[in-house]
Design a protein around this ligand. Structure first.
Ligand code: NAP
Ligand code: HSE
Length: 426
């Protein structure tokens, strides 16, 4: 059977999908009975050099050439951003065309509207490539784990920031230098601040947590901190304490409430997530029946992500006519918002620069005590003229107590700077 596919976008991911169909199309036809044919590709600039051997007639700057072509039954979107992606996806679904997307932002923000449109026309909406690139986590969540209640998700789900943090740590290179490399390798978002400030991870966590906990975890409910304030000094002090730095996405359910957070995190160097380097992603899932699972693989890049897109296209062809509501099982569209707990418990790493005077340590310890935060260890390093770095690691404490303690420390005259506050997960 011939399957007409229209692309929205032909950048890193679009060209990856095109190359996979070119390289493995015959094999897919033999195995699956599907001849995947890319009919048109919407781009901004049809004259751009693309480094791919392709008929220039494929490209168009007019979305109608994709959305209104009756020969196109599957629209594959990899333009990025919320708009106009949302509008084009909606129009495709309303015309009964199945949509396969790698765009986590549009799914995380507009899922109920898109899912509803898909339900009305019976079109499919697939987004395996939107979370963790080539790692098959969405299908696993939708199909393989549905005998479980998920209790916890913890993972590295952004390749760019993992590339940056692991290279900074392993090679001592600067943030800017490694970011430039991640962009060149095609891992970063069209706007890399989305990666660095944790937005990309937040969108992905919204999708994963909504599926895992069968409730809507909208992006507004997720605490987010990126890695732009992380320095080589933080990473080096962490190493002295046996800790490795990663940007983690965490969602846990307890007593009917959900904590959902994205932030740079220190984990023990012996933790399995500390071994996840470069653009690799890894996701831990704890199910009440299956126990602990870990998914691992390339979380970004043209071919790994393209692999997930093509697998969704094949699944969509085989599932034709059978609507699948990914988030809410097969029972419809889930709009009920999760109850969020914003006062979770973790250990903390706090790095200060203090004026080196007698009594300063006692004053800081007093503030910790006032806010019920107990200190696990302290490191004081050599002086730099009149100031000295002071590093604390706490026992488990409540998030809000720790924030209040840090606010109070700003009023201690000898505290010259609060350099960084980083959460620690064991
Ligand atoms: P990209 O290289 O910047 O490609 C974007 C493509 O979309 C380009 O071809 C661009 O056209 C086209 N485009 C953008 N806005 C458009 C508009 N308004 N009208 C027409 N065409 C438009 O981005 P990418 O890295 O492929 O990422 C695309 C999507 O995949 C994003 O949602 C991203 O989050 C997701 N994703 C990326 C990766 C990764 O590793 N890069 C992995 C998983 C998911 P021109 O070429 O003419 O500029
Ligand atoms: N920019 C994203 C990342 C692409 O680095 O993980 C994959 O979603």
């Amino acid at each position: 059977m011939e399957v007409g596919i229209g692309f929205l976008g032909f950048g890193n991911i679009g060209s990856g999908v095109f190359n996979i169909i070119k390289a493995n199309g015959q094999e897919i036809e033999k195995r699956e009975g599907l001849r995947l044919t890319v009919k048109r590709a919407l781009v901004r600039d049809i004259n751009k050099k693309r480094g791919v051997e392709v008929d220039p007639g494929l490209f168009t700057a007019n979305p109608e050439d994709v959305l209104s072509d009756p020969g196109i039954s599957i629209v594959a979107e990899f333009m990025g951003g919320a708009e106009p992606a949302r509008e084009y996806i909606l129009r495709a679904l309303e015309k009964g065309k199945t949509v396969v997307t790698a765009n986590k932002e549009v799914i995380a923000i507009h899922w109920p509207e898109l899912q509803e449109a898909a339900r009305k026309t019976g079109a499919g909406l697939y987004f395996e490539a939107s979370v963790a690139g080539g790692v098959p986590i969405i299908k696993a969540m939708a199909e393989s784990l549905n005998a479980n209640r998920v209790l916890e998700i913890m993972g590295i789900i952004n390749g760019t920031t993992n590339y940056i943090l692991s290279r900074m740590s392993d090679e001592g290179r600067s943030f800017e230098e490694v970011l430039a490399e991640a962009k060149r390798l095609g891992y970063a978002e069209p706007d890399p601040t989305m990666d660095i400030e944790g937005c990309d991870t937040m969108y992905k966590l919204s999708i994963l947590a909504s599926m895992a906990f069968q409730t809507r975890v909208s992006v507004e409910g997720i605490y987010r901190e990126g890695i732009s304030s992380i320095t080589v000094e933080d990473i080096e002090y962490g190493k002295e304490l046996g800790l490795a730095m990663r940007l983690l996405a965490i969602a846990k359910k307890q007593d009917g409430c959900l904590e959902a957070r994205v932030h740079p995190t220190f984990i023990p160097q012996s933790h399995p997530l500390a071994a996840v380097r470069d653009s690799y992603n890894a996701i831990f899932i704890k199910g009440d029946m299956v126990g602990n699972l870990m998914f691992y693989g390339r979380g970004a890049g043209s071919l790994p992500t393209g692999s997930a897109v093509v697998s969704d296209i094949i699944a969509a062809c085989h599932n034709r006519g059978r609507h699948r509501g990914m988030f809410a099982g097969n029972s419809g569209v889930c709009r009920e918002e999760a109850k969020i707990n914003g006062n979770w418990e973790t250990e903390f790493f706090l790095r200060l620069t203090v004026t080196d005077k007698p009594g300063v340590l006692a004053k800081i310890a007093g503030v910790f005590g006032k806010h019920q935060v107990s200190i696990a260890s302290v490191i004081q390093k050599g002086h730099d003229r009149d100031t000295a770095p002071l590093i604390f690691v706490t026992h488990k404490a409540q998030e809000l107590s720790m924030r209040r303690a840090v606010e109070d420390m700003r009023h201690i005259p000898e505290v010259a700077r609060i350099e960084n506050l980083i959460r620690v997960e064991r």
